[in-house]
Design a protein. Sequence first.
Length: 240
Amino acid sequence: METAMATEIICNDVRPDHGVIFDWIEPGARVLDLGCGNGELIDLLSQRKDARVQGIELDEKAIYECVQKGLSVCQGDIQTGLADYPDRCFDYVILNQSLQEVRKASFLLREALRVGTRAIVGFPNFAHVGARTSLFFGGRAPMTPSLPYRWYDTPNVRFLSIADFRRFCAEQGFSVEKAVFLNGRERIAFWPNLRALSAIFLLSLPDERSRAGGKTTKADARSAVGNRSGKKSREDEPAR
């Protein structure tokens, strides 16, 4: 009851995507946030989960805000990789609303899964029905609550959908441990590629799951069989 109440307070107190990530990370975890912005997420994890957090950010103003909060944040460009960090020095590496802003997505995710046991990736869904409608009927680059920029001032260099990212993970050999699809505070269970404004994935490498002591569940087994046979599980619904 106490845990449920705490989760409800968290959900009402912070951004929905931050609430999802908060629930996934266990107390005391080592966390690196790539493109941490003003440090809102890692400050939450530090204060309420006693996580050992660190951030990397390029914007000087955002770094100043992090320092004011007492956070450990380095100035750097995440697109150049994480060569300064040894293997497996973090439990989680977060790329929330930053992956779509980098050019070498595969390289950065592999770096994230080198220095961290798991990676948490959040991004806006370009295939949301609002974006489709705007492009089809208006003939203009779409703007949605998760894609609030105009084409000429957006920091995004990639416009991906949930279906795109699922395929990307399969091609790259990344294991999807969990995924949550959001439309505001609502979690979308059906047709997320059409109905969700944003997505958050928890990724790992197959060998790291066994090293971390993770047991293979029935769902994992079904997913593995589906990947080998070409069949899709219930969760891997057709792209819409």
